[in-house]
Design a protein around this ligand. Structure first.
Ligand SMILES: *Cc1c(COP(=O)(O)O)cnc(C)c1O
Length: 376
């Protein structure tokens, strides 16, 4: 039996009736752009995140671009970005004509730190985008303090951290604006592309809303005060997201149990897990281990029809658009990139599947390092 990296089918099977009903309701409403379904989801997502405003948008990338643009970030500005992230974090900065300045990450968490932010700040720095990688919020108190001292904006890329929290406060509510993706494989995923921005800043919220909808005024749909784009959230996606949101906490809890089962099953194996701060509650988006024998483990799992991933195989500062733009070497990220491996993780992953994955992993590592077997 094969084990996928992510299994969306069993999540949707749980909600089959409600999803069918949501599609039917949206279809018969004739409101496919904006309207009740979008407003309902925005209200629920703001409430869930503990923010005053939520603007549904067309993707996580649109959330980042619209937020940066609404903060008037553009040519001549630098934006600090951790190099360990999906390329969209950095590309959003570059697409506005600003320069992403990449910083290294902490070896145990692969998250950016306040110290690395502080070192990267120059007179041109306008903002930092903090990435809650693999579902774990970064140390937002320390980062917010450095940013406040420097007078720069803080944006969270919370695309992997739906429902995660730092000191009990939800990811997305820990900065000027939190950007979410609802790409299907995220912890809260739509049936296509979707995203959102959450914020407590009324002015920022209204600029993002206008920009995502052709620069329209809320009271006059053919009066355009600013140049905008089409970056809206579809009603059908919003309706699906509202249905799935009701299960998010439960599904995150199941992911957490799966991670505990992995930790137990691999306790004797020479692998490192991502360390979780006692102040953080991770959303456990990905089950990442680090091993110097990644290639062997990956091959053995593939041979057993167990899917794996690498998130991400090239750090952003070494990607083609950025490699020759004067960024320094970032040794922690570069080393981690050679060692990280994502094991299957989804709410319905069973203990039996985890045992199988762990057995293959342990067996392979023992073959790579036979001395471990002798000690044990
Ligand atoms: C998925 C993701 C994005 C991009 O979201 P899209 O909805 O695919 O545009 C951005 N940043 C991170 C960290 C992500 O994981």
């Amino acid at each position: 039996m094969s084990i996928p990296l992510v299994d969306l089918g069993s999540m949707h099977a749980e909600l089959h009736q409600q999803i069918e009903e949501a599609w039917r309701r949206t279809r018969s409403s004739d409101q496919f752009i904006g309207g009740r379904a979008v407003e309902d989801f925005e209200t629920q997502w703001a409430k869930y995140c503990g923010t005053r405003y939520c603007i549904g948008v067309s993707s996580g990338t649109a959330a980042l671009e619209l937020t940066l643009a609404a903060l008037k970030i553009g040519p001549g500005d630098e934006v600090v970005v951790p190099t360990c992230t999906f390329i969209a974090t950095a590309a959003a900065v570059a697409s506005l004509g600003a320069q992403p300045v990449f910083v290294d990450v902490a070896p145990a968490t692969l998250l950016m730190t306040a110290e690395s932010l502080k070192e990267a700040i120059t007179s041109r720095t306008a903002a930092v985008i903090v990435v809650h990688l693999y579902g774990q919020p970064a140390n937002m108190d320390a980062i917010n303090k450095v940013a406040a001292d420097a007078g720069i904006y803080v944006i969270e890329d919370a695309a992997q951290a739906h429902g995660a929290s730092w000191d009990g406060k939800k990811a997305g509510s820990l900065s000027h604006a939190g950007c979410f993706s609802f790409y299907p494989a995220k912890n809260l995923g739509a049936f296509g592309d979707a995203g959102a921005v959450v914020t407590d800043d009324a002015g920022l919220a209204s600029r993002i809303r206008a920009a995502s909808n052709h620069g329209r005024r809320e009271d006059d749909q053919y009066r355009h005060d600013v140049v905008g784009t089409n970056g809206r959230l579809d009603a059908l996606q919003a309706a699906i997201l509202s249905v799935k949101l009701a299960r998010l906490d439960e599904w995150n809890e199941q992911r957490r149990s799966a991670m505990e089962a992995y930790a137990t099953a691999l306790a004797e194996a020479p692998v490192e897990f991502i360390a979780i701060s006692p102040r953080a509650r991770s959303a456990y988006h990905l089950a990442v281990i680090q091993t110097p024998h990644r290639a062997e483990v990956r091959r053995a799992l593939t041979d057993e029809n167990i899917a794996t991933g690498i998130h991400y195989p090239i750090p952003c500062h070494l990607q083609a658009p950025f490699v020759n733009t004067g960024n320094p070497r970032l040794p922690v990220a570069e080393r981690a990139t050679e060692r990280i491996l994502s094991l299957p993780l989804f709410p319905h992953l069973t203990c039996e599947q985890i045992r199988r994955i762990a057995d293959v992993t342990c067996r392979t590592l023992l073959d790579c390092q036979p001395e471990l077997g002798r000690v044990a």
